[in-house]
Design a protein. Structure first.
Length: 339
């Protein structure tokens, strides 16, 4: 088969790779129905994250089971499945308390921008779509549950979003936009999206944002304070992963409020003195998507949400390099790839 491999900064190639097969009794092999480029893929693409030589790419996926190992009983060949970007056995102590992305046997999926994918720990990682194969028109929305929707949902959950909350979302990529959607589903009364891009602002409003703030940094914090009577927001979702975005999130939060951080951090450092007196709750990390998958799949299948709208560019898989370029240049929010 041919698949995406990152050789270095802005050097994505679509080249021959060995077709995956079952290697362990707990594996499944799936034929990809849809995959995509993630905002986190842009860190190594831009040369801002170290690599150890040519690296197969991709961690978001849905598709059809082709083969399973002898220990796999919960998924069967022919089923349409969605899985998390982090594998999990779903039985270890961390999994049992809802942190499957910190499973003691975790592996990160890294080869999903391909027509075929081997999924380790398939029994605890993959979730079959209930009711059989869903309509192909829902594949993009179901794909979002694999990571960006699951991560946006975790951002809202970790920030303790409740009915009546005032919420700020820092970041207008796919995760931030779906954080807006998630906060709306959790009953937030006011959702302030921080975005400078008209196209993303419109999508944020469609997903439930009541306000848009274009300022960032200290000016952005001041705008939030002005809008909240000098108090700050109940819940702030940090969906970027930079020093500026993290400090913007913390400083926009009321005393006793909640900050979630789901953007993969790059050179983020917190000053203990400021954090101490900020008096906020901090909760974040790799989203435990597997725990949310059944609910999110149900919300997509019953038409409650349409998260697939974040895909504003669709390409054949062999044009994966253009997907990276378009997202890097902010010509696209998120690129969907079809094998």
């Amino acid at each position: 088969m041919r698949a995406a491999v990152l050789y270095g900064p802005r050097d994505v190639r679509f080249e021959a790779r060995e077709t995956p097969r079952v290697e362990q009794p707990t594996d499944a092999v799936i034929r990809i129905a849809a995959t995509c480029v993630c905002g986190s893929d842009l860190w190594p693409y831009r040369g801002l994250q170290p690599m150890n030589g040519p690296t197969p790419m991709g961690h978001e996926y849905c598709g059809f089971v082709e083969e399973v190992g002898r220990s796999v009983k919960s998924v069967k060949p022919g089923q349409f499945v969605i899985g998390s970007f982090a594998t999990s056995d779903n039985t270890c102590p961390n999994c049992r308390i809802g942190y499957q992305s910190s499973c003691v046997h975790r592996e990160f999926i890294t080869r999903a921008q391909a027509p075929v994918l081997r999924v380790p720990l398939a029994e605890g990682t993959l979730v079959p779509a209930p009711g059989g194969v869903p309509p192909a028109g829902l594949f993009p929305s179901l794909l979002t549950t694999s990571d960006v929707l699951g991560t946006g949902w975790f951002a809202a959950d970790a920030a303790n979003v409740k009915p009546g909350s005032t919420v700020v979302v820092v970041g207008d990529g796919a995760v931030g936009l779906l954080g807006v959607m998630s906060a709306k589903q959790m009953g937030a009364d006011r959702i302030i999206a921080m975005s400078r891009h008209e196209k993303r602002q419109k999508l944020a409003r469609a997903f439930g944002a009541t306000d848009v703030v274009t300022e960032r940094g200290d000016e952005g914090v001041q705008r939030i304070m002005d809008m909240t009577g000098g108090i700050g927001a109940d819940s702030v979702l940090e969906c970027v992963g930079t020093q500026e975005s993290m400090m913007q999130a913390i400083r926009s939060t009321r005393r006793g409020g909640y900050v979630s951080y789901v953007g993969v951090p790059h050179e983020v450092e917190l000053a203990g003195q400021e954090l101490f007196f900020a008096h906020v709750h901090l909760h974040g990390g790799p989203a435990p998507v597997r725990g949310y998958l059944p609910k999110l799949i149900e919300l997509v299948l019953d038409g409650t949400i349409d998260p697939g709208q974040v895909f504003d560019l669709t390409l054949p898989l062999e044009q994966v390099a253009e997907g990276y370029r378009a997202m890097d240049e902010r010509r696209a929010i998120k690129a969907l790839l079809r094998p």
